[in-house]
Unconditional design. Structure first.
Length: 109
């Protein structure tokens, strides 16, 4: 018997796979998911996601050699928090892994 999942369930599965550290085929086998469905939903969500995330700088502190900013995201539901150099970034759960990678590379530079 087939199991039908809604959009939110697929988003949670895709995020769980990314956080698990397992490759997609291993994750799908372990959780009895169709790899073709997994890839199709992952592609669908990637094409509908916006690379732009709304943010407000709520506090800025400048010292001799450091500029510290606290950034608060406008979106109410957050599940990813990144702390870097006295700044906290709260990102929505649907933030793509490619955007996170670009963000982290930008923070290091």
């Amino acid at each position: 018997m087939k199991t039908f999942r809604d959009k939110l369930q697929w988003q949670e599965l895709i995020l769980a796979q990314q956080q698990s550290g397992l490759n997609i085929s291993t994750y799908c086998r372990k959780h009895k998911l169709s790899t073709s469905s997994f890839y199709a939903y992952k592609k669908r969500f990637a094409s509908t996601e916006s690379a732009f995330v709304c943010a407000n700088i709520s506090q800025r502190k400048v010292t001799e050699h450091n500029v510290t900013q606290q950034i608060e995201f406008v979106q109410p539901q957050t599940s990813i928090t990144i702390e870097f150099a006295q700044a906290k970034l709260h990102l929505p759960q649907s933030t793509s892994s490619s955007f996170l990678a670009q963000l982290l590379r930008g923070l290091v530079l």
